[in-house]
Design a protein around this ligand. Structure first.
Ligand SMILES: CC(C)(COP(=O)(O)OP(=O)(O)OC[C@H]1O[C@@H](n2cnc3c(N)ncnc32)[C@H](O)[C@@H]1OP(=O)(O)O)[C@@H](O)C(=O)NCCC(=O)NCCS
Length: 185
């Protein structure tokens, strides 16, 4: 599959072994807003957090190797691996499992390299993921979002809202995340 959003971002569905592209992502970010959920509502607070790039060496908690080990089984298990390219340069990556549960897809992974942010790359990946989910018959998308202003700002700008009932396993894995759902149309 290949699709174009705008005139320069191309989203391609990639073979499972292209998950190695995660090593090329610069996930570094200055976070100035952090979200929490209290009494079923989103609350934001100002913070100053510097998130470094993933460690290119070894397989520690913050390494790119760990991310690959973590997400490879999801892709080989049937989730779609999407890459976004600008002028053929790799800009971002997403993983969407269209058949996570009956009627529900899971947007499992989304990263855009720092220099390519705020140019619509994640939106192009999201649109492609939503289409895959809709084609598979899903009516909603589940997202366990990093609680940063950028991630929550991104998903809420695409119609995601707080999940009324967070998914028990995904919540147990990432209790500090913001658990969201979004209708798939
Ligand atoms: C979150 C992330 C994927 C967004 O990628 P992106 O390509 O910059 O997003 P887009 O350009 O498609 O943004 C679309 C909209 O999302 C919202 N958004 C994006 N970045 C935002 C930010 N830093 N703060 C608030 N809202 C933001 C805006 O509404 C934006 O529209 P606008 O640029 O017209 O204002 C990117 O910042 C990223 O990779 N962050 C680090 C990893 C991460 O947090 N991933 C999500 C894990 S669940």
């Amino acid at each position: 599959m290949a699709s174009n959003t705008g005139d320069e971002i191309e989203v391609r569905e990639l073979a499972a072994n292209s998950i190695e592209l995660i090593r090329e992502i610069d996930r570094s970010e200055h976070i100035d807003v952090l979200y929490t959920v209290d009494d079923g509502r989103l609350h934001s607070e100002r913070v100053e957090i510097e998130v470094p790039p993933w460690d290119p060496e070894g397989d520690g908690d913050h390494s790119s190797a760990r991310r690959i080990t973590e997400f490879e089984p999801i892709v080989t298990g049937g989730a779609a691996l999407l890459g976004a390219f600008i002028d053929d340069l790799f800009a971002g990556i997403a993983i969407v499992d269209p058949s996570f549960e009956e009627g529900t897809a899971w947007f499992a992974f989304l990263h855009v390299s720092r220099v390519y942010r705020r140019r619509g790359v994640a939106s192009a990946l999201w649109d492609a993921g939503v289409k895959i989910a809709a084609d598979a018959g899903a009516s909603s998308m589940y997202v366990s979002a990093t609680p940063s202003g950028s991630a929550v700002g991104f998903y809420t700008s695409h119609g995601c809202r707080l999940a009324e009932r967070p998914h028990p396993e995904l919540f147990a894995m990432e209790p500090e995340d913001i658990h969201l759902t979004c209708p798939v149309t």
